[in-house]
Design a protein. Structure first.
Length: 173
């Protein structure tokens, strides 16, 4: 995991925070190697100026991205090109589709631990075991259990990027 890459892209991450802090956080996770794909569902709600800023900052940070049309709205997807390409086949489904093959492949594209995707398919949002997990809110997926090894392995990088983005967010500009 690389803190330098975050430092080097501070200005760009700054600009993303002003648009949407989750977007900046996900970009930071990608830069640090902790997350290979992210989907931002709010593309249609952005102004033209904000869209331009995103195009420029993604370019400067060297992050590959695309905008995809779902039946109900457009979403921004960024990450490894391999994943971005795999997304093409999924865009014909509604964003919140519960189709098992869709959820499974979306889990791969968005880089969620496979065990957690499997658990999500079975239990959905109702997983009493993990509801009160510490740092639950800094994850993008629902952990399958209290001590999911795959999730635990991600936590150091997630905490590091979360701290970095939070500090940037509250810095004097
Ligand atoms: Zn898991």
């Amino acid at each position: 995991m690389s803190h330098d890459l975050l430092e080097n892209n501070k200005e760009e991450l700054f600009k993303l925070i002003e648009i949407d802090s989750d977007l900046a956080y996900a970009a930071g996770l990608f830069l640090s190697g902790a997350k290979r794909g992210y989907r931002h569902e709010g593309w249609d709600d952005l102004s033209d100026e904000e869209k331009n800023i995103i195009r420029k900052t993604m370019g400067k940070m060297g992050i590959k991205w695309m905008v995809y049309s779902h039946p109900e709205r457009n979403v921004l997807l960024f990450g490894e090109m391999e994943n971005v390409e795999a997304y093409r086949k999924l865009a014909k489904f509604p964003i919140s589709s519960t189709d098992t093959s869709y959820v499974k492949r979306m889990g791969e594209v968005l880089d969620y631990p496979p065990c957690c995707t499997e658990s999500f398919i079975v239990r959905g949002y109702n997983n009493p075991e993990t509801e009160f997990l510490q740092d639950f809110s800094i994850l993008f997926h629902f952990p399958c259990r209290t001590h999911c090894e795959r999730t635990d392995a991600l936590m150091p990088a997630y905490r590091m990027v979360w701290k970095f983005i939070s500090q940037l967010n509250f810095q004097e500009r």
